[in-house]
Design a protein around this ligand. Sequence first.
Ligand SMILES: *[C@@H]1O[C@H](CO)[C@@H](O)[C@H](O)[C@H]1NC(C)=O
Ligand SMILES: *[C@@H]1O[C@H](CO)[C@@H](O)[C@H](O)[C@H]1NC(C)=O
Ligand SMILES: *[C@@H]1O[C@H](CO)[C@@H](O)[C@H](O)[C@H]1NC(C)=O
Ligand SMILES: *[C@@H]1O[C@H](CO)[C@@H](O)[C@H](O)[C@H]1NC(C)=O
Ligand SMILES: *[C@@H]1O[C@H](CO)[C@@H](O)[C@H](O)[C@H]1NC(C)=O
Ligand SMILES: *[C@@H]1O[C@H](CO)[C@@H](O)[C@H](O)[C@H]1NC(C)=O
Ligand SMILES: *[C@@H]1O[C@H](CO)[C@@H](O)[C@H](O)[C@H]1NC(C)=O
Length: 543
Amino acid sequence: MKRALAAVALTALAVVLIRNSHSGDFTTILTRSESLSDAPPLRQSEFSPPAFNESTYIFNAVHNQLRHVGNAMAPNGMTFTPGFVPPGTVLYHGMNRKELPQDLDWFAFDPEYSFTMCCNIGHAFGNPHITTAQVVEPLKIVYIDGASASLSSDLGTMDSQGFLLDDPIDTWNDYTEFARGDRLCRLFKENGFKLDGFVRMNTGFELLMCNMTNPKVEYVMNNAIAVSEEEGTAGLMKRSSFEVGQTFLSRDRFGNLLVRPSREFNFFDYDWVKSMERTHSSAGEERVELDYRGLVTIYGMEGSRDIDFPKNVSQHRLLTGSEALRQELRSQLWEADKHTRTYDPYRINWRTVTDNLVYKMAPILAQIKNGLGQLEAGTSSLNDTSKHLGGITSMLRLRFEGDEELANSTRHDVDAQVERCAKTYASDFHKYDVTPFEEKVRFAIRLVSTAVCSVIMETADWANKVQTRVGNVSEELPSKLHADVSDLISDLNWSYFVSCTHRCKDNEVCYLPTWPHGGREPHIPAEPLQCRTIEDLRKSRGL
Ligand SMILES: *[C@@H]1O[C@H](CO)[C@@H](O)[C@H](O)[C@H]1NC(C)=O
Ligand SMILES: *[C@@H]1O[C@H](CO)[C@@H](O)[C@H](O)[C@H]1NC(C)=O
Ligand SMILES: *[C@@H]1O[C@H](CO)[C@@H](O)[C@H](O)[C@H]1NC(C)=O
Ligand SMILES: *[C@@H]1O[C@H](CO)[C@@H](O)[C@H](O)[C@H]1NC(C)=O
Ligand SMILES: *[C@@H]1O[C@H](CO)[C@@H](O)[C@H](O)[C@H]1NC(C)=O
Ligand SMILES: *[C@@H]1O[C@H](CO)[C@@H](O)[C@H](O)[C@H]1NC(C)=O
Ligand SMILES: *[C@@H]1O[C@H](CO)[C@@H](O)[C@H](O)[C@H]1NC(C)=O
């Protein structure tokens, strides 16, 4: 009884939060008082329930974990997730000497990244080498989301690290990577969090190792790279064009790292951007395994609400974050460590839960928006639009109809359909032994799936009624649904909508310009990415 009451109270709260935070008019969500009543009660004391807008950010943080496109869209990450790099993983390090790296330094997961560092944009002088290493015991890491290794500008990509460390704000963007890495390693270790390093993203994912002579990693190869002195027909770099001692990277007056834009886009650049293509979406950087039992996100934290984040997610900054928020973030991280010290292959993969919703619903939402837009513009008839939208939603409608609707075809309980749909796609039936961090994630996913299912099941019901001519349909409904679905798609801001719409040809790359190869500013994708050949990229160097 007490559990039920707590759940009802939370439902009411969620409904109020949706109403207050959502610009759309999700009438059915607002009137459904029992919407979360069967959901497991939340441990309210452990986190405050995120609002709808916060839930969309949390949902995306989970959905985009270790995926390039989503992190480029929200480059100022707010989320830290413990995980590990499994044994057998091969790692690379590019350098301008033969000696193996020591102490704090970086591994790349892609050799193309290391090649860039030793031999293309990096130190193309000295005695370039790429060393290859292999993980022999799991490396414990913390993944910092966003474009967390893009040291380019004052956009805010280093905010979460600077804020966590309590560095002076005007130094957050400084190119002081060794010092920053060192402070990160020390802060975690001093608080009992035993880790080997951090995973971050720029053009691909990298592994910041607290100590490169870590016995969990064995060096297995060390290759000298012969960089051509002559510019070949393939447009390879010319070594002599680099002044000795000067790197391709330079710094601006703030000490920020810049990329000299003068050089032509070459095959090495192409190999590099091609190597990160596999991490754009789907599996993401699958050489890292995350443990969502310890996912700590600033979104929804009590103290984060004073920040007043703007609607544009790429403008979320932590410059005004309070000391209380920093302490909350830190204590949650040390708590997350305790939940993730043992390996549990049977933990819930929350990213997969979000995938179930996104990959099923994103194409349907886009078609609803498009179809209702055409109806409104008069380029498609009511008959045709309702037939198409009824068709693409019919399986969902039939799956979520109840016994009463089956027995009586004039009965339509859309609220109950939304409820069944949302629970299914949020995997929200059982109370497994989840951590408070997972409770927060589950709550956010449930709120987002309720909003998505609501628009879709209402459209399905409308289309079905028009087609069967059973039941009353208001003439204003299509334009209301069109407004709802448009608002929703914009609020969801799913990376699905800006990813390449098809697999590129063999001589093309699904191009996502990212620091450092893509120029000084991190590029924030807002339109679907395009397949580009190297010739295309040569022409548009400096994007
Ligand atoms: C790195 O690890 C090696 C071997 O375990 C150790 O000798 C060295 O002192 C460590 N370096 C730092 C900076 O902790
Ligand atoms: C969510 O929306 C509320 C109300 O519009 C706003 O005050 C708050 O800053 C927003 N929070 C985030 C994280 O965007
Ligand atoms: C969001 O902010 C980014 C970075 O300031 C900007 O480039 C982009 O145009 C903004 N998007 C919208 C829709 O305003
Ligand atoms: C709707 O379209 C179908 C064929 O696509 C047609 O058979 C039917 O008569 C149309 N209904 C109306 C009301 O126009
Ligand atoms: C079928 O449902 C409709 C709408 O809920 C209701 O008005 C009608 O009485 C029901 N018919 C039967 C036979 O139960
Ligand atoms: C259904 O249609 C009737 C008659 O046209 C109308 O009086 C009633 O308000 C409609 N009901 C709804 C829910 O739109
Ligand atoms: C969605 O993401 C894009 C970047 O892809 C950004 O420009 C836009 O402002 C975001 N929209 C919202 C509502 O956050």
